[in-house]
Write a protein that binds this ligand. Structure first.
Ligand SMILES: [Zn+2]
Length: 410
């Protein structure tokens, strides 16, 4: 059942109110803009709305800065931060369930089952970077786009403006996210022919190219295999799908484009079972969107998680803000949502789980690396490879470098 516009606005307002309540650190200043994303728990029975995780940001570290210890967050786009915060929130809820406390889950044998009527909604102040941001323009000035390099884009537009326009749709909003090497590339012609649609792209970044795929690609993956990822999948009776995606006002929006980028890509005979999400644009505008006054992306990211003890951090360059040089290489500077800390949490929860042997098959948990543990999520991987081959054809190849265990703690 689709949400009413009143509920859509109420959810967006709750997300924006939560953001406004947070301290100034990490928020854009003066002429800066950013993106806000949240995961919202929505109870269909009581209609209760609760923001469970929140993230801001539009930065991504380059390939050479990645850390094999999993202590640096590669991708600090708001969508990714909100999702990783949500994972931590889910671990806390599973922990409560193990301790027989009131929680989101019921434990049934060796799996955790989400209680009836609970849904998760994804809010974002603008459409995700990558394919979903390639939207037909309806005549308005393009001041949004995603995290593109604005000067370069201006130059492109100037050249294109002198060309005759034949199509009914004169132009499209563009994305700074680049197609993967070896795949079809953007034609970079004028107007609507600038981009190649339906392509997996890597996140925009100056100089050192990133290996992280665009948010459109990540969101599409969550739509098809769930937002929980490989590790949590081993605890749950079934994947957790986002029921609705809500986007803010005052930015380009197209439901058709979202359908293409997040659901279908160029698969004509696609089948999506019960997990097909609904898309909405609310009438609530996030105050720090890109505008004529706000032209520079904010450097920091806010990480906020609504669990037993609220977690609130600010990230810069993939680490906690304010880390002294001495502590730069210490794991204490890692964010709660870094690979290392999330894996630590996974291991901590599993240690308490009486059915852990279903997952571990007599292996010693402490000696299993992050990469090996993910490979043990056989069901998830089977589904993911299937979806990857069908919908995306190729996916970025990050080196299999995260071979850390939690024993590396220092
Ligand atoms: Zn993004």
């Amino acid at each position: 059942m689709r949400l009413t516009s009143v509920v859509v606005d109420k959810i967006s307002k709750t997300c924006n109110d939560q953001y406004m309540k947070l301290p100034k650190t990490g928020k854009p200043v003066d002429n800066e803009w950013t993106v806000l994303s949240c995961v919202v728990k929505y109870d269909r029975n009581s209609t209760n709305i609760e923001v469970v995780s929140l993230g801001t940001g539009s930065k991504c570290v380059g390939a050479t800065k990645m850390s094999p210890r999993g202590d640096i967050l590669n991708d600090s786009h708001a969508e990714v931060i909100a999702r990783r915060g949500f994972l931590l929130y889910l671990y806390h809820e599973i922990e409560k369930s193990i301790g027989h406390k009131q929680s989101l889950f019921n434990q049934e044998d060796s799996k955790f089952k989400l209680k009836d009527g609970i849904e998760f909604i994804f809010y974002s102040s603008q459409l995700p970077c990558g394919d979903a941001s390639i939207i037909p323009k309806d005549g308005e000035e393009d001041q949004f786009g995603d995290v593109l390099e604005s000067l370069k884009r201006q130059a492109d537009t100037e050249i294109c403006d002198s060309e005759p326009k034949v199509s009914k749709i004169k132009d499209i909003h563009r994305t700074g996210a680049k197609c993967l090497p070896g795949a079809k590339q953007d034609q970079r012609e004028c107007g609507v022919n600038y981009h190649q649609v339906c392509q997996v792209r890597t996140k925009p970044g100056r100089g050192d190219r990133t290996l992280s795929v665009s948010c459109s690609d990540k969101l599409a993956r969550w739509v098809h295999v769930g937002i929980q990822g490989a590790l949590l999948n081993m605890f749950l009776d079934k994947p957790i799908y986002i029921s609705s995606f809500i986007f803010g006002a005052g930015v380009p929006y197209s439901e058709e484009t979202l359908e293409r980028a997040l659901v279908k890509r160029n698969v004509i005979d696609y089948q999506l079972d019960s997990n097909r999400p609904d898309f909405y644009q609310s009438s609530v505008k996030y105050p720090h969107i890109r505008s004529e006054e706000r032209i520079r992306p904010a450097a920091g990211s806010i990480v906020w998680i609504n669990s037993n003890n609220v977690i609130s951090e600010v990230a810069v360059h993939g680490r906690k803000l304010g880390v002294t040089k001495k502590k730069l290489n210490s794991l204490s500077s890692a964010l709660s949502i870094s690979k290392f800390k999330l894996f630590h949490k996974f291991q901590h929860v599993m240690a308490k789980f009486e059915h852990k042997n279903v997952i571990l098959q007599d292996k010693d948990a402490e000696n299993i690396t992050y990469g090996e543990m993910k490979k043990m999520s056989v069901e998830y991987l089977k589904k993911w490879y299937d979806v990857r081959d069908k919908f995306f054809k190729i996916w970025t190849v990050k080196p299999d470098m995260w071979n850390f265990t939690i024993k590396n703690d220092s």
